[in-house]
Write a protein that binds this ligand. Structure first.
Ligand SMILES: [Zn+2]
Length: 470
């Protein structure tokens, strides 16, 4: 019998009520700091499981935390519950069919992410109590992962200061503990101000903010040749100034996302983009103001914790999918073009994996290295607490994050199986850390080594506050 069997049995026993929680959150998709009903569902579930609950932590109305146990080390398990706009979609069908036109949808699987993490925390709580062990397990329900940087604000407010290790997961098309790759990212509005005038009668009196935006974009596009190849810069025109071509536009705003493989690389890149903005303002005799909306750090790895998590994953094996799961996954996979599927599967095929519509093997650490270049606010937690994170197979192979197909699969039996599978591995890591304090000490040494040279500086400027009304 494995040491983890006892906690896995508790996870199994509790799983049905957490599938129901995940499905309820799927039913009420809420976005970016507006997750009032979802957060309350999480708070009530924590209470019913016997946690001590704090609502509105870190000054965020939709952040919630539950703690159980006494003294000893503190282990955090991180959850999320926010959805995405414009992704409303019926569940269980392999065709695009919105439930509400323009409505929200759980296109990143955060309904499962939150419920699965809380399931792990609840099992660990019962395990500590049943075995009379010292230690505290906390579930952090974190809002607004999709662009709201809530974990960065939570780190800044100190809610993780006494945590020893932080465990998390994310739904995916495969199961594995991978080398964490997630880009540090800054989201900045550049607002240019000029002088309005008639564009034909008195053009010489006008100073165009829209010209400044265009010149800034040209400048940044030239700069691209001279930035690290794994950095990313993209922009959107938030305010073009107006719709009348015969007016010199006095105001215009462009929003930039600037990403870099790590936090130390991000700051100089942001400064260079700001210089281009100032150059554009100089050329057009306008002024520019930069305001940071959100910012996240890259993920810091932790070798001892990842090795421990991988061991538990190998003991547990892949999720037990069945013929019906494969049939639905096949139908979903058929909605993608061959190019998209080939791109998504390439790293796994290179590792000799993927034989069907669901990934039913454990993915080796390096297999996904080339394909993951998004950003997450879990990165900020990983700079202040030794972290470990896994991917949980809940979707058809080849499903990228954020399309309607993810929403359609978010309540499926395969999603539930992947969620309970993820919860078991997270619970086993926590159980091991409580039983073997040396694991926490080792994780702490690895963390200290990785963050010694460049200590964490929160990428959110002090004046940037959570965009609660976004
Ligand atoms: Zn996500």
């Amino acid at each position: 019998m494995q040491n983890s069997d006892a906690v896995w049995n508790i996870v199994e026993k509790k799983s049905a009520e957490f599938f129901a929680l995940s499905d309820r959150i799927w039913d009420i998709p809420e976005t970016n700091y507006q997750e009032y009903r979802s957060a309350e569902e999480h708070a009530q579930m924590l209470e019913s499981q016997g946690f001590r609950v704090e609502r509105g932590i870190a000054g965020l109305p939709t952040a919630v935390m539950g703690e159980a146990g006494e003294d000893g080390p503190v282990i955090a398990i991180l959850g999320e519950f926010d959805a995405l706009p414009g992704l409303s979609q019926e569940a269980g069908v392999a065709q695009e069919r919105p439930l509400v036109d323009g409505g929200n949808g759980h296109g990143c699987g955060h309904n499962m992410l939150g419920a699965g993490s809380m399931l792990a925390a609840a099992a660990v709580k019962d395990f500590l109590a049943e075995n009379g062990l010292k230690g505290r397990v906390r579930y952090y329900g974190c809002p607004a992962e999709e662009g709201g940087s809530s974990k960065g604000f939570m780190v800044r407010s100190g809610v993780f200061d006494d945590v020893d290790i932080a465990i998390s997961w994310h739904p995916a098309a495969f199961a594995g503990v991978n080398n964490p790759i997630s880009l540090a990212c800054n989201e900045i509005n550049f607002h240019f101000s000029g002088r309005a005038s008639h564009a034909s009668a008195t053009p010489h009196l006008g100073r165009s903010a829209l010209d400044a935006v265009e010149l800034m974009n040209v400048g940044v596009n030239y700069m691209r040749e001279h930035i690290p190849s794994d950095a990313r810069i993209h922009y959107a025109l938030i305010d073009a100034g107006g719709i009348a071509p015969n007016v010199v536009q006095a105001n215009a705003t462009v929003r930039y996302l600037i990403r870099s493989p790590d936090l130390p690389g991000l700051t100089p890149l942001v400064e260079r983009v700001k210089k281009v903005a100032q150059g554009a303002a100089l050329m057009t005799e306008t002024t520019v103001e930069a305001s940071t909306l959100s910012a996240v750090s890259n993920l810091v790895p932790n070798t001892p914790l990842e090795a421990a998590m991988r061991r538990h994953l190998e003991v547990l094996g892949p999720p037990p999918f069945d013929a019906a799961d494969r049939a639905f996954a096949s139908a979903i996979q058929a909605t993608y073009g061959p190019e998209e599927v080939a791109h998504a599967l390439a790293p796994f095929e290179a590792a000799g994996l993927i034989e069907g519509p669901l990934c039913e093997a454990l993915v080796p650490a390096a297999a996904r290295r080339a394909s993951m270049s998004a950003s997450t606010d879990v990165g900020d937690v990983s700079w202040v607490v030794p972290p470990v994170r896994r991917w949980g197979a809940t979707y058809a192979s080849g499903t990228p994050l954020h399309p309607w197909q993810m929403v359609a699969q978010g309540k499926s039996p395969a999603a539930h199986k992947g969620m309970v599978h993820a919860a078991k591995v997270m619970a086993a890591v926590a159980q091991q850390a409580f039983a073997e304090p040396e694991l926490i000490a080792e994780a702490g040494r690895d963390f200290a080594r990785r963050t010694a040279k460049v200590p964490y500086v929160c990428p959110l400027p002090e004046e940037t506050q959570p965009p609660l009304d976004m």
